[in-house]
Ligand binder design. Structure first.
Ligand code: ATP
Ligand code: MG
Length: 386
């Protein structure tokens, strides 16, 4: 892998996704993608190691072919399951010696914080700075190139995840013949799908996947809270399958083709034919009939997210809600949410060519995290394309 390429991997419940990206001005350019649907993963956890590993191998092969880039190192994302977020502080002392702060100082601070976290069953995934203080005077987001004589202080967020979950995700990727360069929690990644003002004012990112609905709250430039509920698009499909006595595959297909999240706007004009599980003749329903079921489940999922936020006393979301993930493909998601809350709602679809699907938000934002940390720690000199 050339040093200016970033390959990220998302081992999702419905599909494994990979992207090959590069830094492009302030954003990410995607030059190749891979995606493989698999039953090897469920609720963000590996359920069948062999299936999962093969899906990773296939996905990376596809990304390799589509990008023309040799891939042997990846950034891995972890879902926000079995995850804890805490905050901690650390300081480097310079004892009166004038010191120009560089990436190594920052890395030392973050490493010290990482090493301090010794737990029986949890491990640090990501340590990210909330802010630095230079000589107790300047509060900055990136102190590099500044001079200090006394100290460099950092307040940082630490994302911990269940060790077994993390170990097996990493092992699965390694057994697929890849090296894991670093692991980033989606809690940290989603900051990159919000705009600067959304992150500043207080914004919530919600990723509605297949088995998981993950969310993060960002305010004053940084992650404040993250959580997930073990419900997603699969539950919608299951509900449709039950309600209309149709096989899961038919329910999934109907959801993709005719699914609408907002009952009031769903069409009554189209006819959807649904085969029956017991061999009875097909039935005919309208998208509005489907929507009746879809809206109920999605609303319940969103209400659980709002409840979790309320429990954290996050009641005013001035920067609004940003919804993404595969289930955000459903028409009417924005309208449904707007019916539930008064804040601004936006559905996030990545704007990179070849990856314009909301299910790619997580893996693309993993590339953004890779770039962010490389720049903060001065790991690589990134080529610029002007
Ligand atoms: P998770 O994050 O839950 O571990 P994942 O990352 O693999 O899983 P995504 O790829 O984000 O999940 O989303 C998959 C879900 O999105 C599935 O439930 C699928 O049915 C749903 N989905 C994808 N496309 C559409 C569409 N066009 N309309 C409705 N739902 C869709
Ligand atoms: Mg996902």
């Amino acid at each position: 892998m050339k040093e200016h390429y970033y390959v990220a991997l998302d081992i999702g419940s419905a599909s494994v996704k990979a992207v090959v990206g590069e830094k492009f001005h302030d954003g990410v350019n995607i030059i190749g993608t891979g995606q493989t649907f698999t039953d090897g993963i469920s609720k963000g956890k590996i359920k069948d190691f062999d299936l999962a590993r093969n899906a990773i191998i296939d996905t990376v092969k596809k990304a390799k072919i589509s990008s023309g880039v040799d891939i042997d190192e990846v950034f891995l994302k972890m879902p926000i399951t079995e995850t804890e977020l805490k905050f901690s502080e650390e300081e480097l002392r310079f004892g009166g010696n004038s010191t120009e702060i560089n990436g190594t100082h920052i890395e030392d601070l973050l490493e010290t914080l990482r090493e301090r976290e010794i737990h029986k069953d949890r491990e640090v995934v990501t340590v990210y700075p909330v802010h630095f203080k230079v000589d107790d005077l300047h509060e900055v987001m990136d102190p590099k190139e500044m001079m200090a004589t006394q100290s460099l202080f950092v307040r940082a967020g630490i994302v911990l995840v269940n060790r077994t979950l993390l170990m097996n995700a990493v092992k699965c990727v390694e057994d697929a013949g890849l090296e894991v360069l670093d692991v980033y929690s989606d809690a940290v990644n989603y900051q990159h799908i919000l705009s600067e003002s959304e992150v500043e004012l207080g914004g919530v990112a919600i990723d509605i996947g297949a088995d998981l609905t993950q969310f993060g709250y960002y305010e004053r430039g940084t992650l404040k809270y993250a959580g997930s509920i073990a419900v997603g698009g699969n539950h919608i499909t299951r509900d449709l399958s039950e309600a209309f006595n149709t096989p899961m595959e038919a329910a999934e297909k109907a959801k993709h083709q005719y699914g609408h999240a907002f009952y009031d706007l769903a069409s009554e004009a189209d006819i959807v034919r649904l085969p029956q599980r017991d061999g009875e003749p097909d039935i005919e329903v309208t998208p509005k009939d489907l929507s009746d079921i879809i809206e109920m489940r999605l609303e319940e999922m969103l209400m659980s997210v709002f409840e979790a936020l309320q429990q954290q006393r996050i009641t005013k979301v001035n920067g609004g809600f940003v919804v993404t993930g595969g289930t955000a493909n459903l028409l009417g998601v924005k309208e449904l949410m707007q019916d539930l809350v008064s804040e601004k709602i936006r559905v996030h679809v990545p704007n990179q060519m070849g990856a314009r699907k909301p299910e790619f938000s997580s893996v693309i934002s993993t590339v953004s995290s890779g770039i962010m940390f490389d720049e903060l720690l001065e790991y690589v000199t990134i080529d610029n394309y002007d």
